[in-house]
Design a protein around this ligand. Sequence first.
Ligand code: UD2
Length: 296
Amino acid sequence: YPCVLMTQMSHSPLVLFFSLIPRRRTDVLLMSPWLAPIVWEGTFNRDILNAQYRQKNLIVGVATFAVKKYVRFIKGFLSSANKFFLSGHRVNFYLFTDHPQKVPPMKLAPEKRLFIIPVQNYSRWQDISMNRMDIISSHIRSRWRYEVDYLYSMDVDVQLFEHIGVEIIDTLVGTISSWQYTKPRENNSYERRPESRAAIPSGEGDFYYAASFYGGSVSEVYKLTTACFKGVTADRASGIEAKWHEESHLNKYLLYHKPTRLLSPEYYWDEELIRPHIVKVKRLSSVRKDLNEVRF
Ligand code: UD2
């Protein structure tokens, strides 16, 4: 900020400083207790962030799964992500599907690339969801660590409505769940049964994170997905399944490996909920679906 202030001497420095920040937020938590920023509308200036980011010439990967009936969400996801996800920056979309032939033809922006990767399906939807961790981890090891700098995992049954830009880029990034952001930790949906590897002891926990959108540097996402899938595998061996599947393992991991940046529920808003006034922008939200129809 100082350079900007010094070059525009006709204005008061203080006025200029505040004009760089669209709106000040006093109604929400802006920083975690371990000093990680929590990203809300009105807390950053995207022009400044874009200028910094461009100098680094990075590529971001996005891993998304569309298996069985979830292929129907591909078009809405990809067309909205093409427009609103890291607009103007290089992004590789990695789309895993058991129906590659059903991926609709789509013209992407020149800086965006789509890789369609065939994947097997599982009879249980929970296994499709949980195995994402394993597939992401093995693709990082074999390929993505040479191809991208940052990697984000996103659910496919979502649509982007506003820009999601470089404000999401950091070493380890979690999204605060839109269902759980106001709940005291005892009411959060953590796995509490000590038999599960996802268990968080009673009285512990900070934020509740959504598995629909997380990411970070390739090496951190590798550690996260490898550790979470180890937990899933150990649970399977013990005949237990965590309450919210890989989301429970993700929450356990992020409790003990704190995210360096947190995205507010603006970055994943559940359409079932009434949007409170603190969520000024719905950047990404779930697509309403009939669970009994789409999962079976
Ligand atoms: C929550 C999580 C989700 C996952 C799931 C596991 C949020 C917002 N979402 O969402 O990330 O942790 O719980 O309990 O926290 N999929 C398929 N085909 C299927 C089923 C799933 O491709 O038949 C993929 C698809 O990418 C989908 C994702 O798995 O977006 C998660 O499944 P979901 O959206 O049905 O799970 P949901 O809404 O309960």
